[in-house]
Design a protein around this ligand. Sequence first.
Ligand code: SF4
Length: 403
Amino acid sequence: MSKYAFEVHPGVHAKLSASSAERWLTCPGSVALSEGLPNVSTFYAAQGTAAHYIAAEEQRGGRMDAMPWFGQTAWVEGHEIKLDAELIEAVQEFLDYLKENERTGDVAYVEQSFTPAMQKLLDKEFGGSTDRVMYRAEEKLLRVYDYKHGAGVPVDVDENKQLKYYALGALLTNPQWVVEDVELVIAQPRCEHSQGRIRGYKFKAFDLLEYAADLIEGANATRGPLAPLKPSTKACKFCPANAARKCSAIEQETQAIVQAAFGELAIERYSPAQIAEFLTKAPLVEQQISAVREFAYQQALHHGVDFPGWKLVEKRATRHWRDEDAAREAFGNLPGALTAPEIRSPAQIEKLVGKKKFGAHAAELVEKKSSGYTLTPVEDNRPAITPILKVLELFEPEAPEQS
Ligand code: SF4
């Protein structure tokens, strides 16, 4: 019997899949360049796959309870994944949302494949499945859900290309549904977002016709030897050609960025426009550094590649009690041995008691405090603040008028 709660092995994805739509729609040349390259799963991606697996199993079984998986271990795409409290809580938040936001009469499918319909009606290289699709007949509403386990980058739901692709796939796969409105829902429980950890975006189903035309046009642009390579932060992040260092376009782009930033001019002498351009492009360089690190790690771990001057070691070990009860018995009476119980964060308590019960106390007990400021692209939907210098100018006494 396997020591793992479940095992997930790498599957085959459609060439022009929904999850890579952001990439191939932005950078058509990436499809040919990535052909045959391994889509190496990182540890974090494998964690996400494990979370998806549990969420899907619980929906299919109708139990909607992630707790029984807690403490077990899974084998996912080459990684051993501990099903720890953070992972289980995140999945449970998604399951709770489904329970609260769906009702009797709704029709829902878990991981319904839309490959046959998409390939028959739109393009032979389209395909994939949706985490969950729901249809509510009395509102003529189609809703597609996408669970995202990542904690680092909040994903916007408005006009999200991947989710619109899912919605189109669901619509074509279920032609019996009369749909007027479509709602895209992203559940990203481990990542705060100004629209909430679980956020939706509604639009008219009619708009999907235009999107279908965009997808077909985008797919055609990927074919042929002249398909252009267009580096961008979103497209290059998960591109196999980037991970395998096969793309000359991103190399040229990043070299140009680095040269511009570390050229002969002192930073203070750059114009605001030059600095803004660098800030916009810098993530490309950061991503490429991460991609090289991850590639080297995978090569060393799984293929024994030796990188001169580098070696694989175990991460720094921290000490843990083998048996907490025994440790408490041995040392618990010593002054200061036990930590004082502390209340968990509002987000953790909300997960614990549920949104409804938490909401009844939220206004009275919770306040939002920002830890400072950050410089962000103008597309960010948080309101801009007034810079300190401009605030001071408001209080400056006006110069006396010259007579
Ligand atoms: S690394 Fe970027 S520019 Fe190069 S193929 Fe991939 S997405 Fe396109």
